[in-house]
Ligand binder design. Sequence first.
Ligand code: TMP
Ligand code: ASP
Length: 237
Amino acid sequence: MDVIKTEQLYEGKAKKVFATTDPALVIVSYKDDATAFDGLKKGTIAGKGAVNNRMSNYLMGLLEKEGVPTHFVEELSERETLVRKVEIVKLEVIIRNISAGSFSKRFGVEEGIVFDSPTIEFSYKNDDLHDPLMNAYHAIALGVATSEEIETIKALAFKVNEVLKAYFLGIGVKLVDFKLEFGRTPDGKIVLADEISPDTCRFWDAVTNEKLDKDRFRRDLGNVEGAYAEMLRRVFG
Ligand code: TMP
Ligand code: ASP
């Protein structure tokens, strides 16, 4: 692909985004930097950028085959990927299959309750406000998304869950919960964006329930790099 990287547009907590010579495309560059609790906890997870880049691209490819439109265009290197330039919808979309994390805290239940059907929740992507929980009515009232976009996002998020839950079970991993972000293309289409990785999903070993995701960093459980490497090994063999 004869697209050339130009100026940096944005630096987030885990990725940088660069413009390219094609105005419709940007390059995402994955960092090893890790943060938790709204950036309060900071660290580095060696090799994380490469794991997240490769895993996310693989999963987006899988999802495209199953009819989920994504921003993915082409993997450029271990850490860099060409994606469609989209306007990110300011919602974090969280699907849960098993209780954990903020769900367990909010509702006062232990982690590990397997739900009969998955749950969905939105939070408002706004660091200053600490990403508050937001329902569909709030999102529509504030102009974060239209009701039609919300319906599309919900349907795509549940579809992603069905595809990924089955895929991960096949490699011995329970997909506990995950966060998705969506974008709008210039022609107003909703596509899956951001990343799908151990940073944005909870993965538990299907047999031992060992945590194989960023909770090892958030909770100081040790062997953080080992968990990311193990997930890469399970996906790519
Ligand atoms: P939670 O239980 O802390 O709400 O997290 C739910 C899922 O969302 C979990 O898989 C981790 C992911 N997540 C992110 O990707 N980014 C975030 O900022 C947070 C808080 C959670
Ligand atoms: N990445 C988020 C932050 O820095 C939180 C998390 O993933 O736990 O705040």
